[in-house]
Design a protein around this ligand. Sequence first.
Ligand code: TRP
Length: 471
Amino acid sequence: MDQTGQKRENWGSRFGFIMAAAGSAVGLGNIWRFPYLTGMNGGSAFILIYLFFVFVICLSVMIAEFTVGRNSGKAAVGAYKSKSRNWTFAGVIGVLSGFLIMGFYPVVGGWALAYVVKSFTGLLAAPEAIGDSFGAFIGNPVEPLIWMALFLAMNIFIVSRGVAKGIETAGKILMPMLFVILLLIAARGLTLEGASKGVEFLFKPDFSVVTGQTFLAALGQAFFSLSLGMGCMITYGSYLNKSENLAQNAAIVTVMDTSAALLAGLAMFPAMFAFGFEPAAGPGLVFVVVPSIFAQMGALGPILSAFFFVALVVAALTSSVSLLEVVVAYLMDERSWTRKKAVYISSAIMVAMCIMASLSLGVMSGVTFLGVGAFDFFDILTDKIFLAIGGLLLAVFTGWFVDKEVLRQELTNGGTVSFALFEVWHGLIKYVIPVVIAVIAVTGIMSISQKGLMIFGLAVIAVLALVSKKL
Ligand code: TRP
């Protein structure tokens, strides 16, 4: 029972929970961001570092988030607060990150939505203009805003219906569909002549391109892609049934997320190399390369391209609902708001942020704060600072402030399921992960070009920590 006297919502089934959690993890992070980061960071070496972080750090962090969430039965802020008010700030950073990510994520979701339609309306007919038309589209002061609003409206619809009816149903239908589409596209790309160079780029490491920045980028991406470091999985865990095997579920979600990212890489790079494109194209990569690839496939092109962008919308949607849910769950749990009120008011703020983010790529590109526009501000602040620090705080909290026996009981469902690696996991969470994240954060922050932004982010965390008791 919560304060309002209602029983806490629960997932309808195990499959439903896994689809919702994997739906949260698999998103623009896998299909839009992972390929362009891989391209910009030299390919395979980046992927290896990324995989190392995913399986050594993030899997353990996900287990910890599920455990803390289910044990407390509370969303991010409540889970921390139920131990000590000194920790409230760690949850609040998560809610703040939710707002910040939702300040640009729906913009990209809107692009994907637009490209479903554009696939049929002549985009592919003029392949040489695809790059320029993407630039013109995202810089347009009106068109992307309409698509962003549409994308956000779909979020509002799903999240206002609640956990089981909205989020879970969406995940169960949309997630399997996404994997099928990606497999089809990868199969097509891999059978093109010259595709092997792309496979080589993905799997033959060149460590000469690795710097401190590569590590920070890979770590930030690992957290972002697995939806960790902001209490998202704490919140989803809080809706989870006491009979579920937490470690096993975390492993399934992690493997699904990693497969989706690698599959997206396989869907893109071989075809890119076959057609002679540049891998380091940046955030426009998916939107420029994919239509260009499909433009060369004749009559089937527009249909395949539309399929791809539907998959991207689907992936983005199941992720953005989880981001919105973190904010909504906080307002419901801690402020006793109704679900509808929480959804409407928080999305209104997100719309305002998204408008700034979208315009910062066009008419407002001259307006910067600490050296970056709104889009990059929201992105860099979360991905390069808040998520990793959020993960570090969660690890310290779980390892040092939650009783080890409580964790053991929660993870083994009171001794009814086994978790053979409990001691290993606990050691990682308590000692290894905080140190590794701290080292990477420090070296990465020292070598980053946006120093002002880094200092600003750390200052925000410090201020929140100081005023935390009153939150
Ligand atoms: N993981 C999602 C993606 O890869 C984005 C996302 C959803 C997220 N919820 C999150 C990122 C929570 C960080 C924290 O696109």
